[in-house]
Design a protein around this ligand. Structure first.
Ligand code: PGA
Length: 252
C-alpha cells in the first residue's frame, strides 16, 4: 500500500533556534497520535538541516532538503551536492518546486539531471510540478502536467519509481489562499496516475504517492485528503505553525 505523507516545506523561513523549537513542538503534538503507514516530513533550509535532524531524533519526523545540485562536486559556488546531504543523514530531497522554477530558472531538463543525481545516490525525491493560472484558464493544465512529467521523469525505468513521490502543486494555489477544490485535485491526480500506468504499469502507478500542494490548511485538508488518489500534502505556510500542521496531520 502506498504511503500517506504530510510534508512541510519551510522554504526560506526559521533560523536555527526556531527550527529546533518547531520540531520539538511538533514531536510533542504528534506523540500521542495513532497513525499507520503515514510519514511526517519537514524541510528546513540547508544550514539548519543538521541541527534539525538532531532535534527530530527518536521521533517519526523525517527531515529532508529543499533542493540539491546535480553535479557530484566542483566549481558551483553556493550549491549543495548529494554527497554533502547524505553525509549529514539526509535521505530525501524536494525537487522542482515552482519557486525554484520561477525564481531560479529550473526547467524540466535541468530537473531531469537532478532527478538522475538523486537516484544515482540512492536518495528519494519529492518531485513538484503543476500548471500556471493561465494554463488552467486556457484548459491546458493536463497537457502542461503531462509534459512536465514526461520531460523530467519518464526517461526513468520502472524500478526508479520506488524512490519518487509526486507533489502536484497548481502554481495559482501556492501561497495565495486559493486551493484547488478537492474535485480538481482528484481529477488531476487520477490523470497523473493514468499517464504513469500508460507509460509503465498499473502496479507502478498504484504504488506512487501523489501529494497535493497549494494553500492546504486544517480547514480544507480533510476534504482534499479524502479523495482516493490524493495521498497527502506538501504544505507551505501552514507548516510553519505547529497547531496548523498538526491539524493537517490529523486530517490524514
Ligand atoms: P502553501 O505552499 O501551502 O503556502 O500554499 C505550498 C508549497 O509551496 O509547497
Amino acid at each position: 500500500m502506498r504511503a500517506k505523507i504530510v510534508a512541510g516545506n519551510w522554504k526560506m523561513n526559521n533560523d536555527k533556534k526556531e527550527s529546533k523549537q518547531l520540531i520539538k513542538d511538533l514531536k510533542k503534538s504528534i506523540k500521542r497520535l495513532k497513525f499507520k503507514n503515514t510519514r511526517v516530513i519537514v524541510a528546513p533550509t540547508f544550514v539548519n538541516l543538521s541541527s534539525s535532524i538532531k532535534a527530530a531524533k527518536k521521533s517519526r519526523v523525517e527531515v529532508v532538503a529543499q533542493n540539491m545540485h546535480h553535479a557530484k562536486n566542483g566549481a558551483y559556488t553556493g550549491e549543495i551536492s548529494a554527497d554533502m546531504l547524505k553525509s549529514i543523514g539526509i535521505k530525501t530531497v524536494i525537487l522542482g518546486h515552482s519557486e525554484r522554477r520561477t525564481y531560479f530558472n529550473e526547467t524540466d531538463a535541468s530537473l531531469a539531471l537532478k532527478v538522475d543525481a538523486v537516484l544515482a545516490n540512492e536518495l528519494e525525491t519529492i518531485f513538484c510540478f503543476g500548471e500556471l493560472l493561465e494554463d488552467r484558464k486556457a484548459n491546458n493544465h493536463f497537457a502542461v502536467v503531462e509534459s512536465q512529467l514526461t520531460n523530467a521523469l519518464f526517461h526513468l525505468n520502472a524500478s526508479a519509481w520506488s524512490s519518487i513521490v509526486l507533489a502536484y502543486e497548481p502554481v495559482w494555489a501556492i501561497g495565495t489562499g486559493e486551493t484547488a477544490s478537492a474535485e480538481q485535485a482528484q481529477e488531476m491526480h487520477a490523470f497523473i496516475r493514468g499517464i504513469i500506468a500508460k507509460k509503465y504499469t498499473t502496479e507502478v502507478a498504484d504504488a506512487v504517492s501523489i501529494l497535493y500542494g497549494g494553500s492546504v490548511k486544517p480547514a480544507n485538508a480533510e476534504e482534499i485528503f479524502s479523495k482516493p488518489d490524493v495521498d497527502g500534502g506538501l504544505i507551505g505556510g501552514a507548516a510553519l505553525n505547529v497547531n496548523d500542521f498538526t491539524g493537517i496531520i490529523k486530517a490524514i
